[in-house]
Design a protein around this ligand. Structure first.
Ligand SMILES: *Cc1c(COP(=O)(O)O)cnc(C)c1O
Length: 370
């Protein structure tokens, strides 16, 4: 028995004919940029996220960057986010001209610790970027309250949380705007690179639309310098076909997560994911904590079980952020979790037999650890 970390082939096989029909039409009409599939995907994804506006772009990283640019982030402006996230979150803040301000994570949910946000706010703070990590949403109500009191915007990093819910509200519909990634391994994955911005704010949406296309609303009439951050028609068509299946895929992920919990709750030495009552998670990843994580990972690998690390080095301790001069010990929860986190195989097509096999392997490995 084997358990790969991801299975990107099976869903594409099932949808191949449908996707190829769209791609053939795009080839025949040569509508490679923009066109009906882009419009259709933007409409459908906006509906799926319960927002007024969706702007499809070239990646999740670009989605974040375009939002910050549209919000006129400037040198000296501080943006609050977490050190346990993918570097794209902070790359976008810096590259849009802002300053990164980290706040530690909650030890149970691994999302931003809302009790620590206020202490990080200064007169230069402009916004908060909660990251809905591993498919679970940050505790948005307290964040909304803080943002209101200090007049800050909220940009959701929803790159791991397609169609997740917080108290019945969809990821991407709560903040001023949100960024989604359709990198192939995400819950909704393109056949290449793509991302999207969602928002209720029509003015912001219009600004992002113009920024994504060289700052032009009319061809060769540039309101400002923008970017080439468009989403191409081939990706939009594939995403439209796949979007129909995301609710069912998320349901399968939740079933798989429950199966893992059923098997692993008796195994000593494992910290299971804690899902808050307020959240309907979408399990982009199924992340546990174990002692001697690297040994466990190697032993699982020997048994054909592939795992991942999200994320092994906290961002404030990365070489890329040496210049921020943030000492070790600054974010103790993140630092304590980083060497213990282990992402198990998680995708809709994972079988009960594979989950049972992964669990048995873990039991065997952890049982022999002392
Ligand atoms: C994947 C991801 C991104 C970046 O998305 P890309 O499409 O790869 O640019 C940003 N933030 C988080 C939390 C992610 O997981």
């Amino acid at each position: 028995m084997e358990a790969p970390f991801l299975d990107l082939k099976t869903p594409n096989r099932a949808l191949k004919a449908e996707i190829m029909a769209c791609w053939e039409e795009i080839l025949d009409t040569a509508h490679f940029v923009g066109g009906k599939y882009l419009d259709l995907f933007e409409q459908e994804f906006a509906k799926a996220c319960s927002v007024k506006e969706c702007i499809a772009v070239s990646s999740g990283t670009d989605a974040l960057k375009l939002i910050f640019k549209a919000l006129e982030l400037q040198s000296g402006h501080e943006v609050i986010t977490v050190p346990n996230t993918f570097i794209a979150t902070t790359e976008a803040i810096s590259q849009a001209g802002g300053t990164i301000k980290f706040v530690d994570i909650d030890p149970d949910t691994y999302t931003i610790d809302v009790s620590k946000i206020e202490a990080a706010i200064t007169s230069n703070t402009r916004g908060i970027v909660p990251v809905h990590l591993y498919g679970q949403m940050a505790d948005m109500d307290p964040i909304l309250d803080i943002a209101k009191r200090y007049d800050l915007w909220i940009v959701e990093d929803a790159c791991q949380a397609h169609l997740a819910e917080y108290k019945g509200r969809r990821a991407g519909s709560i903040g001023r705007a949100a960024a989604f990634s359709f990198y192939p391994g995400k819950n909704l994955g393109a056949c290449g690179e793509a991302g999207a911005i969602t928002t209720h704010d029509r003015e912001l949406a219009q600004k992002v639309r113009v920024l994504r296309d060289h700052g032009q609303a009319r061809k060769y009439h540039h309101e400002y310098e923008g970017y080439n951050d468009r989403c191409d028609a081939l990706q939009a068509a594939a995403l439209t076909v796949k979007l129909n299946h995301v609710p069912q895929w998320n349901e399968m992920r939740r079933k798989n997560a429950q199966l893992y919990v059923d098997h692993l709750q008796q195994v000593a030495g494992i910290t299971l994911p804690v899902i808050s009552k307020y959240c309907l998670p979408v399990f982009h990843l199924f992340v546990i904590q174990v002692d001697n994580r690297d040994r466990v990972m190697t032993e699982l690998d020997k048994r054909g079980v592939k795992t991942g690390l999200h994320y092994p080095i906290p961002l404030h301790l990365q070489k890329a952020y040496q210049h921020l001069k943030i000492p070790v010990g600054s974010f103790p929860v993140t630092e304590k979790c980083a060497p213990r986190l282990l992402s198990l195989p998680m995708y809709p097509e994972l079988t009960p037999a594979q989950i049972s096999y992964v669990s048995d392997c873990l039991q065997e490995i952890l049982g022999s650890s002392s």
